[in-house]
Design a protein. Structure first.
Length: 257
């Protein structure tokens, strides 16, 4: 499922770049033909789909994916061999399919509240249905499922316009929360948070193996770099104190030990 805000050509280019980097890191061969054939073989094992709306998303989850996985499962049983099957599903991301649009100012307050209540009730029901189907696919076919979510900033509630409730951000009091809200939070088994912050490094540290993809600026006094971390936010199995640094290279994410 293609990343939101990213064109299909950009996704294809990045996948090709990662496949080539993976091949080069595992072989000493400099043959162009060998590299191209290996890269093609890697890419043939990756299936990408662009999902424009919730209808197409339901079609994928409740029809196309189960049929494909069942066919692969039957082929594997018939041939009694380790044939290629889907082992990982990544959805990047579903937040855009369920994000609300800006409210129409011409709609009166009561009508707006009624429409909002109906929308959120329907969205909650849809998210529960989707989560149940993803868990069924994972259990039935032994497929790991990763759903990327976005974050949104919370805002403090204030009273304006003669008592009418509105929401406005208060400087210094904003915090980030998952975009799909409480409904989706109750559907997730393991939640991980990926963060990126800036870190100032002195000149000596900056010269000691700073990766090119991490550095964003440098000067006489040192360098500023991105620090990327993955942390367990909630899990029934793992401690929420667990976290690790990683960097993004040509072949993808790499843990920094």
């Amino acid at each position: 499922m293609g990343g939101e805000g990213t064109s299909l050509s950009q996704i294809a280019h990045r996948l090709q770049q990662m496949a080539m980097a993976q091949h080069q890191s595992h072989t000493s061969s400099t043959s162009t033909s060998t590299s191209n054939s290996t890269t093609k073989a890697i890419l043939n094992r990756i299936w990408t789909r662009y999902i424009p709306n919730t209808e197409a998303f339901h079609q994928l989850l409740f029809s196309e994916l189960p049929q494909l996985l069942l066919k692969q499962q039957q082929q594997q049983q018939q041939h009694n061999a380790n044939t290629d099957t889907l082992g990982l599903l990544v959805f990047d991301s579903i937040a855009g399919l369920y994000r609300t649009k800006e409210d129409d100012n011409t709609i009166n307050h009561d009508e707006h509240n009624n429409k909002s209540s109906m929308y959120y009730a329907k969205r909650s029901q849809d998210l529960f249905t989707i989560a149940a189907q993803l868990k069924y696919i994972s259990d039935q076919f032994g497929v790991a499922v990763v759903v990327l979510n976005q974050v949104t900033a919370t805002s403090s509630k204030i009273t304006m316009n003669g008592g009418r409730d509105t929401f406005a951000p208060i400087a210094g009091k904003l915090s980030l929360v998952p975009a799909l809200g409480l409904t989706w939070s109750n559907c997730v088994n393991h939640r991980y948070i990926l963060t990126r912050t800036e870190e100032q490094r002195d000149a000596t540290t900056a010269r000691m193996g700073t990766h090119q993809d991490d550095a964003i600026s440098s000067g006489g006094g040192g360098a500023t770099k991105f620090v990327r971390k993955i942390r367990i936010y909630s899990s029934p199995r793992f401690s929420t104190t667990m976290e690790a640094r990683f960097r993004i290279g040509g072949s993808g994410g790499i843990l920094v030990l």
